[in-house]
Design a protein around this ligand. Structure first.
Ligand code: F6P
Length: 319
């Protein structure tokens, strides 16, 4: 292996830049040439590939977003799209690729590996929904963004003695809602992994009010329903006039937390080692505080399991 490529794909996540930096510097440390593939698989198809040196990844460890830009690329799902990508890699003399992104990005990585270009997936998504790893790059930063918002909402909720609904991202996964709900002291958390019970939720709100609670915070994962839909349901059932905050793409931006920077550095560096070991079709992850690599098909074959003990604990603590 003489030259490797790195790309970021799918929804961006804070910490992706730190991962790119780690791939580039670890690669150069081991005597490799490193190329940046801009705009994800779309850029690969179009040949948007440029060399990256040590200085090109300076001053990015603290930046959100991704220096390499990102895209969702339906064309790369097709054999024709993949063939175009492989042609570009061969033209550039790239022997292996590190793909930083979510499960859609991993499918592309597997396709490239099957066609003889070893690829390693590094989990980068705020959703924390990749099977095989306890955490993904970006989750911790997004979580802290949500918490900051909840803390602010709590101030105004208390002043006006209101019930607030906060809708958080996560696509089909509830991790962000779950962790934010527990660490934000929410009264109720609705996540796709647990059946929700509106009467039970309303009962909790009533009981809280009766014992003097000045406000209630309900966290709803976008995979369950929208905040506005939930507000309507609550109003229909109880007449309670709630306020809704949809945090949206704010959750995807911002300077990565120290934790995400460390995760990104560990994952990016390990991905390069895996390529140097001659392995392709692998994904990098963290299990029980250990960095691991595993077959990339496991990352989209199974389903990510939310830690439901947090759900139970949150219920116990928000009585
Ligand atoms: O996968 C990350 C994510 O932010 C999800 O939480 C969300 O559902 C989706 O991407 C939004 O995608 P887009 O940026 O394309 O609107």
């Amino acid at each position: 292996m003489k030259k490797i490529g790195v790309l970021t794909s799918g929804g961006d996540a804070p910490g992706m830049n730190a991962a790119v930096r780690a791939v580039v510097r670890k690669g150069i440390y081991h005597g490799l040439e490193v190329a940046g593939i801009y705009n994800g698989y779309q850029g690969l198809i179009e040949g948007r590939i440029e060399p990256l040196g040590l200085g090109d990844v300076g001053d990015i460890i603290q930046r959100g977003g991704t220096k390499l830009h990102s895209a969702r690329c339906p064309e790369f799902i097709t054999p024709e799209g993949q063939a175009k990508g492989i042609e570009q890699l061969k033209k550039e003399g790239i022997d292996g690729v590190v793909v930083i992104g979510g499960d859609g990005s991993y499918r592309g990585a597997m396709a490239l590996s099957k066609h003889g270009i070893p690829c390693v997936g590094v989990p980068g998504t705020i959703d924390n929904d990749i099977p095989g790893t306890d955490f993904t790059i970006g989750f911790d930063t997004a979580l802290n963004t949500v918490i900051e918002a909840i803390d602010k909402i709590r101030d105004t909720a208390t002043s006006h003695e209101r019930t607030f609904i906060v809708e958080v991202m996560g696509r089909d996964a509830g991790d962000l809602a779950l962790w934010a709900g527990l660490s934000g002291g929410a009264e109720t958390i609705l996540i796709p992994e647990e059946a929700y019970d509106i009467p039970e939720m309303l009962d909790r709100l009533d009981k809280g009010k009766a014992r003097g609670k000045k406000h209630s915070i309900i966290i709803v994962a976008e995979g369950v329903m929208s905040g506005n839909e939930l507000a309507q349901l609550i109003e229909q059932e109880t007449g309670i006039d709630t306020r809704v905050s949809v945090l949206g793409h704010i959750q995807r931006g911002g300077s990565p937390t120290a934790r995400d920077r460390v995760l990104a550095s560990l994952f990016g560096a390990r991905a390069v080692e895996v390529l140097l070991e001659g392995k392709g079709g692998r994904a990098i992850g963290m299990r029980n505080n250990q960095v691991v690599d595993y077959d990339v098909t496991e990352a989209f074959g199974g389903s990510h399991e939310a830690d439901l003990s947090l759900y139970t604990l949150s219920k116990e603590l928000s009585i």
